[in-house]
Design a protein around this ligand. Sequence first.
Ligand code: IMP
Length: 428
Amino acid sequence: MANTILVGGQWGDEGKGRIIDLLTRRADYVVRYQGGSNAGHEVHIGAKTYVMHLIPSGILHPGKVCVIGNGVVVDPIALLKEMDGLRKQGIRISPKNLVVSGIAHLVMPYHRLLDEGREDASKRHRIGTTKRGIGPAYGDKASRTGFRVLDLLKPAAFREKLARRVRENNALLRALGVRPLAAAAVAAEYLAAGRRLRPFIGDAVALLHTALRRKRDILFEGAQGAFLDLDFGTYPYVTSSHPTSGGACVGSGVPPHRMDRVVGVMKAYTTRVGEGPFPTEYGAVLGAEIQKVGDEFGRTTGRGRRCGWFDAVVARASVRLNGMDDLAITKLDVLDHLAEIKICVAYRLGSKRLDTVPMDADLLRCVKPVYETWPGWRASTREIRRFRDLPRAAQAYLKAIERHAGAPISIVSVGPRRDQTIFVNGRL
Ligand code: IMP
């Protein structure tokens, strides 16, 4: 399969877990390279549903090595809970199939409280985060005041630094009206987690370079989506990491010239969770309908997702930003009942037509979508397994997406199960 980066092309929740699950069959290693337990990758196998927040979805496949790379922010308590939950579902997890980078940063309890406190402090300035402490954790990493996973293995130094960090963060928490933390309790909880995680903590960079030398295939599992990227997304309504393909290199230590292919996952429509501009958002009635048909509720927070038409301006920008070689279009079946379907092909801002996403999120709020309208197919696609068997109108809609986005569609999914997949052109 070669080394493949899989990224979300919209605002997250594109159904990446499902496509990763398909591609993992041909990979030897699966690497998460950014984000944290804000993600929720869902995979349906038979009657069972698995939701992974931190652990790569590759864990569901025996014999694959899963890596939580240095670019991820790890909440050790959440990680242990996830490991325990997956084990209860019959998944084997051992240091042979899960390695956590020692140089990944930790999400600390004050990160979670600060995230929550800031979100709750002002309705007007809310970002709509998952309240998992992601922003404050990456903030500390950049400020060089963070803890890394390997610090859990050095109790004395951990306690000493923690006392200082808790003191400073308690002042911030008090300013937000949040109850301060006791450093001793945090140390006890985190060092106990460190003792359990010790066998899994390793040098992920060395491991991946050995894999490269042995010509093993690596799949890089992106979380969130391109338009939640800290730099390229709709700042400040973004996450604090780099879900774009470039993030895979810095988040894993694998250099750019060793990456062979980028697969972009996009829904056949668009969703977004939390605040921020969303030009093609449906009105209330269609929004509620697609939310229900598509089961558009967050797997991490349970929040209802905002839904809208496919935005080809966003898709085009995403194809370029990530260098997407192939597209996987998910949830086509959710549109099965519609009489007509729209694709946003450009924006209008006053009298100007825009073919690209404006840099300023405030401007993106003011644009009006320019739509192309396609007839719906009004038939179930859920049991179709070949592109040529899809209704003509569905084929035409997918071809239009391909043309406007500027990359070939290689996979289409028509339902949540593994087998509800159409491999279009033999490229994947
Ligand atoms: P944070 O990553 O929790 O800081 O949240 C920042 C923004 O990213 C919010 O709009 C979240 O809803 C969004 N976000 C974070 N993780 C995901 C995800 O896995 N799927 C979709 N949106 C996400």
